[in-house]
Design a binder for this molecule. Sequence first.
Ligand code: GYE
Length: 344
Amino acid sequence: MKKLLAMFLALTMTMSLAACGGTASVQSTETPAANVEEAATPAATPTKADDGKLVVGFAQIGQESGWRDAETNDIQWYAARNTDTLQLEFADAQQKQENQIKAIRNFIEMGVDVIAFPPVVETGWEAVLTECKEAGIPVILVDRGVDASCEDLYDCKIASDFIWEGEQAAKVMGDLLGGKGKIVELEGTVGASAATDRKTGFDDYMAANYPDVEILASQTGDFTRTLGKEVMESFLKTYGAEINGVYCHNDDMALGAIEAIKEAGFKPGEDIKIIGVDGVKGAFEAMVAGEMNCTVECNPCLANQIFETAAKLKAGESVEKWVVSIDGVYTSDQAADVIDSRTY
Ligand code: GYE
């Protein structure tokens, strides 16, 4: 009996640490976490139970980064803890906009109360968002935005300020280089607001405040560790020791760049300064190891705000158009002190 109780407690503990709010790291930046269910877009349109629950359709982008897995974990864990009042329909679009659109149309057909999704790119949403509006289903954008032409076609955006994030990265890079040097830039997914705005914030700040820091090259690594490494390898082949720093639009690409830099015989964090964005555990581990210099946090733990906003929209209450996440900036001198408190 004691053994059974111990096993139950262990299982409960494990599950209770599975989300952003827990204290354990829930996924490595090496591979998507095992506990991220790959919920394909529902094959048949499930019916909406008429039990008064809040029914939310979430069309996730995919599993491209540790940050994305942390966001998925947080959402699914919140739903698992609130099954008495919330029904979550979750679809994984495998990085494809057409799959997100398909999932959203499924949710419309099902008659969910609210639709929430991170638009993988900023354009191409007018038609499906108009269908949501015509169906009377409120829409919450999560962690990314859409272009201005669709401003009236969604009810709320819950996301960080990516321009601010880019500016913070530029401040730290300029300081690290003493105001002079040559850098390369690893961009996120082409057309994604998180990439576009992190580039704008960084490049504009650099040009205005550090004119002697030259950006030698800038290319997309699609927010993935694998492509981040490949692009950094090509930068190193072209520019080699000329490179004094690399700005990566997310930590997963920074971790890929670190691998490439070491394989090319340079010391990451010393010969080449490295700045990422997201604040995932892998970045703190790299900073503790002296191989990375800074990560600008981008909070993926948005489930509370998503479902609280969805409940307000279902009740016909007004909500803010943009709920901005509060993010921090962490440099290598702080990493050892904070790493154990990181929740994703
Ligand atoms: O920075 C990256 C993910 O949209 C803010 O998407 C999100 C970004 C995040 O792939 O790791």
